[in-house]
Design a protein around this ligand. Structure first.
Ligand code: GTP
Ligand code: MG
Length: 182
């Protein structure tokens, strides 16, 4: 019966953090992923916030993804290391319409590796999301493939929170890598 199946399911809780410059679309990506919603209204995130999405991963496994939304504005920078604690994976977001936000990815990555080390020296699964791919003036940085290869980044995706492009795919990729580390 369904009830018996549920009793035998292993339930995992994974914390994933989403970082990147202000206004790149972190809150929008999380809202799209967890609620299936998008708003074009910009409401700045103060400090941090989180949302949960439950994945029925397979017959034996349920995964609760706790997706943490970290404020991008640098003025909040020094407060935030506590929010990285116990994360098992990370997404770094930049905005395809503002090339300077890709330049910041490296800053976020250095900060991330400094603040968060996995037990046993395991490598932290990290993806890069090139967001606002729906906007026609967007340009993909030429060196992004090399950047990912050289910096142990699992994958990168062009995403759109607005049009729901590649967000589920990216989060599943990250979850699969976190599961392999588990
Ligand atoms: P902070 O909280 O300040 O760090 O910003 P954030 O990274 O959470 O950005 P947020 O999700 O609030 O999005 C900023 C603005 O970009 C909002 O007006 C969103 O509607 C818009 N936006 C986010 N994602 C997309 C997208 O994929 N396409 C388009 N066209 N606009 C987007
Ligand atoms: Mg936000």
């Amino acid at each position: 019966t369904i009830r018996e199946n549920n009793l035998h399911k292993e339930e995992l809780n994974f914390k994933i953090i989403v970082i990147g410059d202000f206004g790149v679309g972190k809150t929008s990506i999380i809202g799209r992923f967890t609620e299936g919603q998008f708003s074009s209204h910009y409401k700045i995130t103060i400090g941090a916030d989180f949302a949960v999405k439950t994945l029925e991963w397979d017959e034996n496994t349920r995964i609760n993804l706790h997706v943490w939304d970290i404020a991008g504005h640098e003025r909040f920078g020094s407060l935030l290391s506590v929010f990285y604690r116990h994360a098992v994976a990370a997404a770094i977001v930049f905005d395809l319409t503002r090339p300077e936000t890709f330049e910041s990815v490296d800053k976020w990555l250095i900060d991330l590796r400094r603040k968060l080390q996995l037990p046993g020296g395991k490598s932290l699964p990290i993806i890069i999301l090139a967001n606002k791919g729906d906007v026609t003036v967007s340009t993909v940085p030429k060196n992004i493939d090399d950047y990912c290869k050289n910096n142990d980044i699992l994958a990168w995706y062009i995403t759109s929170a607005k049009n729901d492009i590649n967000i589920d795919e990216a989060m599943i990729k990250l979850t699969r890598a976190a599961l392999a580390n588990y």
